[in-house]
Design a protein around this ligand. Sequence first.
Ligand code: ADP
Ligand code: MG
Length: 198
Amino acid sequence: MTAYGIPVAGWRVASNASEAEKAAAEIGFPVVVKADSESIVHKSDMGGVVTDLQDGRAVRSTVEEMEKRFGAGGLRFFIQEYLPGGKEVIVGAKTEKDLGHLVMFGIGGIYVEILKDVVFKIAPVTTVEAQEMFSSLKMTPLLKGVRGETGVDQQAIVEVIERISQLVTDLPMIQELDLNPIVAFEDRALVVDARISV
Ligand code: ADP
Ligand code: MG
Protein backbone atom coordinates (compact mmCIF):
# COMPACT_ATOMS: atom_id res chain seq x y z
CA MET A 1 0.00 0.00 0.00
CA THR A 2 2.79 2.35 0.90
CA ALA A 3 4.49 1.81 -2.45
CA TYR A 4 1.30 3.04 -4.13
CA GLY A 5 0.80 5.97 -1.77
CA ILE A 6 -2.22 4.43 -0.06
CA PRO A 7 -2.43 5.53 3.59
CA VAL A 8 -2.51 2.78 6.24
CA ALA A 9 -2.92 2.82 10.02
CA GLY A 10 0.40 2.63 11.89
CA TRP A 11 1.49 -0.99 12.33
CA ARG A 12 4.21 -3.41 13.47
CA VAL A 13 4.50 -7.20 13.34
CA ALA A 14 5.38 -9.11 16.51
CA SER A 15 6.04 -12.79 17.09
CA ASN A 16 5.38 -12.95 20.83
CA ALA A 17 3.92 -11.03 23.78
CA SER A 18 7.09 -9.12 24.61
CA GLU A 19 7.59 -7.95 21.04
CA ALA A 20 3.90 -7.04 20.90
CA GLU A 21 4.17 -4.88 24.02
CA LYS A 22 7.19 -3.09 22.60
CA ALA A 23 5.50 -2.58 19.22
CA ALA A 24 2.38 -1.18 20.89
CA ALA A 25 4.45 1.32 22.88
CA GLU A 26 6.17 2.44 19.67
CA ILE A 27 2.85 2.89 17.85
CA GLY A 28 1.16 4.58 20.82
CA PHE A 29 -1.97 3.45 22.70
CA PRO A 30 -4.71 2.50 22.17
CA VAL A 31 -3.88 -0.30 19.75
CA VAL A 32 -5.49 -3.29 18.04
CA VAL A 33 -4.01 -6.80 18.10
CA LYS A 34 -4.73 -9.14 15.17
CA ALA A 35 -3.79 -12.79 14.76
CA ASP A 36 -1.70 -13.05 11.60
CA SER A 37 -1.58 -16.51 10.06
CA GLU A 38 -2.18 -17.94 6.59
CA SER A 39 -4.85 -20.24 8.01
CA ILE A 40 -6.95 -17.40 9.46
CA VAL A 41 -8.91 -15.61 6.75
CA HIS A 42 -11.77 -13.91 8.56
CA LYS A 43 -9.89 -12.88 11.68
CA SER A 44 -12.71 -11.30 13.63
CA ASP A 45 -15.01 -14.34 13.14
CA MET A 46 -12.49 -16.41 15.08
CA GLY A 47 -11.64 -13.99 17.87
CA GLY A 48 -8.51 -12.90 16.04
CA VAL A 49 -9.13 -9.14 16.30
CA VAL A 50 -9.13 -7.29 19.63
CA THR A 51 -9.51 -3.51 19.48
CA ASP A 52 -8.99 -0.63 21.88
CA LEU A 53 -6.20 -2.05 24.04
CA GLN A 54 -5.11 0.67 26.43
CA ASP A 55 -1.79 -0.52 27.82
CA GLY A 56 1.04 -3.04 27.60
CA ARG A 57 -0.56 -5.41 30.04
CA ALA A 58 -3.74 -5.63 27.94
CA VAL A 59 -1.64 -6.28 24.82
CA ARG A 60 0.30 -9.04 26.57
CA SER A 61 -2.79 -10.88 27.84
CA THR A 62 -4.48 -10.57 24.42
CA VAL A 63 -1.46 -12.09 22.67
CA GLU A 64 -1.23 -14.91 25.22
CA GLU A 65 -4.94 -15.64 24.82
CA MET A 66 -4.56 -15.79 21.01
CA GLU A 67 -1.56 -18.12 21.34
CA LYS A 68 -3.76 -20.49 23.35
CA ARG A 69 -6.66 -20.19 20.94
CA PHE A 70 -4.78 -20.57 17.66
CA GLY A 71 -1.64 -22.50 18.68
CA ALA A 72 1.73 -20.80 18.48
CA GLY A 73 2.97 -22.53 15.28
CA GLY A 74 3.47 -19.95 12.53
CA LEU A 75 1.32 -17.43 14.35
CA ARG A 76 2.37 -13.80 14.33
CA PHE A 77 0.68 -10.71 15.66
CA PHE A 78 -0.22 -7.61 13.81
CA ILE A 79 -0.18 -4.62 16.17
CA GLN A 80 -2.01 -1.61 14.81
CA GLU A 81 -3.03 1.91 15.68
CA TYR A 82 -6.66 1.89 16.85
CA LEU A 83 -8.87 4.26 14.83
CA PRO A 84 -12.29 4.62 16.46
CA GLY A 85 -15.25 6.57 15.16
CA GLY A 86 -14.68 6.42 11.41
CA LYS A 87 -16.96 5.12 8.67
CA GLU A 88 -15.91 1.84 7.08
CA VAL A 89 -15.65 1.50 3.31
CA ILE A 90 -14.16 -1.14 1.04
CA VAL A 91 -12.08 -0.81 -2.11
CA GLY A 92 -11.28 -4.00 -3.98
CA ALA A 93 -10.40 -5.50 -7.32
CA LYS A 94 -10.74 -8.84 -9.05
CA THR A 95 -9.89 -10.29 -12.43
CA GLU A 96 -12.74 -10.71 -14.85
CA LYS A 97 -12.38 -13.00 -17.84
CA ASP A 98 -11.44 -11.04 -21.02
CA LEU A 99 -11.80 -7.69 -19.20
CA GLY A 100 -8.68 -7.41 -17.06
CA HIS A 101 -9.66 -6.17 -13.60
CA LEU A 102 -12.84 -4.86 -12.11
CA VAL A 103 -12.36 -2.27 -9.38
CA MET A 104 -14.92 -2.25 -6.60
CA PHE A 105 -16.04 0.35 -4.06
CA GLY A 106 -18.64 -0.08 -1.35
CA ILE A 107 -19.70 0.08 2.25
CA GLY A 108 -17.16 -1.96 4.17
CA GLY A 109 -16.56 -3.70 7.44
CA ILE A 110 -18.00 -6.95 8.64
CA TYR A 111 -21.44 -6.26 7.07
CA VAL A 112 -20.20 -5.98 3.49
CA GLU A 113 -21.70 -9.32 2.42
CA ILE A 114 -25.06 -8.47 3.97
CA LEU A 115 -25.43 -4.91 2.74
CA LYS A 116 -24.05 -5.60 -0.77
CA ASP A 117 -23.90 -1.83 -1.37
CA VAL A 118 -21.09 -1.95 -3.93
CA VAL A 119 -20.27 -0.64 -7.39
CA PHE A 120 -17.83 -1.94 -10.03
CA LYS A 121 -15.90 -0.33 -12.89
CA ILE A 122 -13.42 -1.79 -15.34
CA ALA A 123 -9.80 -0.79 -14.72
CA PRO A 124 -8.24 1.61 -15.49
CA VAL A 125 -10.65 3.84 -13.58
CA THR A 126 -10.43 7.57 -14.34
CA THR A 127 -10.78 10.27 -11.69
CA VAL A 128 -14.28 11.09 -12.92
CA GLU A 129 -15.27 7.41 -12.77
CA ALA A 130 -13.84 7.08 -9.26
CA GLN A 131 -15.91 10.11 -8.20
CA GLU A 132 -18.97 8.50 -9.81
CA MET A 133 -18.28 5.32 -7.86
CA PHE A 134 -18.13 7.26 -4.61
CA SER A 135 -21.42 8.98 -5.45
CA SER A 136 -23.40 5.95 -6.59
CA LEU A 137 -23.88 3.86 -3.44
CA LYS A 138 -27.24 3.67 -1.69
CA MET A 139 -25.33 4.72 1.42
CA THR A 140 -23.43 7.61 -0.19
CA PRO A 141 -25.58 10.19 1.65
CA LEU A 142 -24.44 8.55 4.88
CA LEU A 143 -20.81 8.95 3.82
CA LYS A 144 -21.44 12.57 2.93
CA GLY A 145 -23.00 13.14 6.37
CA VAL A 146 -26.65 13.38 7.33
CA ARG A 147 -28.39 15.68 9.79
CA GLY A 148 -25.46 17.95 10.53
CA GLU A 149 -23.07 15.03 10.93
CA THR A 150 -19.70 15.58 9.23
CA GLY A 151 -19.00 13.63 6.07
CA VAL A 152 -15.93 11.59 5.19
CA ASP A 153 -12.94 12.72 3.13
CA GLN A 154 -14.31 12.00 -0.35
CA GLN A 155 -11.11 13.08 -2.09
CA ALA A 156 -9.02 10.65 -0.02
CA ILE A 157 -11.33 7.75 -0.91
CA VAL A 158 -11.45 8.66 -4.61
CA GLU A 159 -7.66 8.66 -4.58
CA VAL A 160 -7.51 5.17 -3.05
CA ILE A 161 -9.84 3.90 -5.82
CA GLU A 162 -7.57 5.43 -8.48
CA ARG A 163 -4.40 4.11 -6.86
CA ILE A 164 -5.81 0.58 -6.59
CA SER A 165 -6.83 0.77 -10.24
CA GLN A 166 -3.23 1.70 -11.09
CA LEU A 167 -1.86 -1.08 -8.86
CA VAL A 168 -3.89 -3.88 -10.50
CA THR A 169 -3.19 -2.46 -13.95
CA ASP A 170 0.55 -2.60 -13.22
CA LEU A 171 0.30 -6.05 -11.60
CA PRO A 172 -1.98 -8.26 -13.73
CA MET A 173 -1.07 -11.35 -11.68
CA ILE A 174 -3.26 -10.11 -8.84
CA GLN A 175 -6.42 -12.22 -8.82
CA GLU A 176 -8.24 -10.55 -6.00
CA LEU A 177 -7.59 -7.67 -3.66
CA ASP A 178 -9.63 -6.29 -0.78
CA LEU A 179 -9.00 -3.29 1.40
CA ASN A 180 -11.69 -3.93 4.00
CA PRO A 181 -12.14 -1.82 5.85
CA ILE A 182 -10.73 1.55 4.99
CA VAL A 183 -11.63 3.70 7.98
CA ALA A 184 -12.73 7.10 6.71
CA PHE A 185 -12.81 10.35 8.68
CA GLU A 186 -13.52 13.96 7.79
CA ASP A 187 -9.90 14.62 6.87
CA ARG A 188 -8.37 11.23 5.97
CA ALA A 189 -9.00 7.60 5.12
CA LEU A 190 -6.70 4.80 6.33
CA VAL A 191 -6.57 1.12 5.38
CA VAL A 192 -6.68 -1.19 8.43
CA ASP A 193 -7.04 -4.59 6.68
CA ALA A 194 -5.77 -5.71 3.28
CA ARG A 195 -5.78 -9.05 1.51
CA ILE A 196 -4.23 -9.84 -1.87
CA SER A 197 -4.30 -13.16 -3.74
CA VAL A 198 -2.20 -13.93 -6.80
P1 ADP B 1 -11.22 -9.43 9.38
O1 ADP B 1 -11.80 -8.76 8.19
O2 ADP B 1 -10.17 -10.44 9.01
O3 ADP B 1 -12.23 -9.98 10.31
P2 ADP B 1 -10.30 -6.73 10.20
O4 ADP B 1 -8.88 -6.37 10.37
O5 ADP B 1 -11.00 -6.17 9.00
O6 ADP B 1 -10.40 -8.33 10.26
O7 ADP B 1 -11.07 -6.28 11.51
C1 ADP B 1 -12.46 -6.50 11.67
C2 ADP B 1 -13.16 -5.23 12.14
O8 ADP B 1 -12.51 -4.72 13.30
C3 ADP B 1 -13.10 -4.08 11.13
O9 ADP B 1 -14.14 -4.15 10.19
C4 ADP B 1 -13.21 -2.86 12.03
O10 ADP B 1 -14.57 -2.65 12.41
C5 ADP B 1 -12.47 -3.29 13.27
N1 ADP B 1 -11.06 -2.83 13.22
C6 ADP B 1 -10.01 -3.53 12.76
N2 ADP B 1 -8.87 -2.81 12.84
C7 ADP B 1 -9.21 -1.61 13.35
C8 ADP B 1 -8.47 -0.41 13.67
N3 ADP B 1 -7.14 -0.34 13.50
N4 ADP B 1 -9.16 0.63 14.19
C9 ADP B 1 -10.50 0.56 14.39
N5 ADP B 1 -11.24 -0.54 14.11
C10 ADP B 1 -10.62 -1.61 13.60
MG1 MG C 1 -11.42 -7.04 7.15
